[in-house]
Design a protein around this ligand. Sequence first.
Ligand SMILES: [Zn+2]
Length: 265
Amino acid sequence: MIAPRHPVADRWFQVTRVDDDLTVVTEPHVHPFLRANIWHLRGSRRDLVVDAGLGVHSLRQDVPQLFDRDPALVVTHAHLDHMGGAHEFDHCHAHPAEAPHTPAPGTLHGGRLVDALGLRVAYAADFPEFMVDAAPAPGFDPDAYELRPPKRWLPLADGDVIDLGDRRLTVLHLPGHSPGSVALFEPETGALFSGDVVYDLQEGEELLDAIDGANVPDYVDSLNRLADLPVTVVHPGHGEPFGRPRLLELIRAYVGSRTARSRTS
Ligand SMILES: [Zn+2]
């Protein structure tokens, strides 16, 4: 049983409208390290859902509007905070390099998570015992958490197009954070759903490449590729959306630091 200091949350998911067609769903009681965005984009013919959250509570039960219109679910990569809820969808699009049908075992224990992910960052020493500060329902047992594979997965390749009717998004394979990380780019608007390839950082933070499966040279190439695309707004895997100037700043900071490091090592 979860410790008594963790109350049952009134609502597990927070749903925020971004514009007429775009909504973001988050899990406020999940530790910020694992608190990922679930994006819901309405198309004229079908909807797109980008990422599926941690999977500790039912999206289908609490946010049924995600499932209304035969959504295409794309998981940007197979880390637990992005594909935990994928098994609730009829299918899941993912890059084969993520092997989404055999995900790494997940855990909500801070210490065990560090080992499970092969995380090599100093701030992981401050992770709490559990990566949630509330229970999603009475009787919730954090020890019973497991990362489940999707019911059916469909392979994505660079250049594939997800067609929603009036909106079309192109799949970009951008390895670095993980081998099969993908982002979705809408050329008509310049919108980019970036997963963990790039997200806004607080002072002192870095994009996460100190984790099993990451590859720094690939990460540099992927970010250089993004810098050349006419991106106007980024809807990231974590945190708030941001515009092109911040995107270029984040790319320059990462590429600069990793290039400097490879010169001195
Ligand atoms: Zn990740």
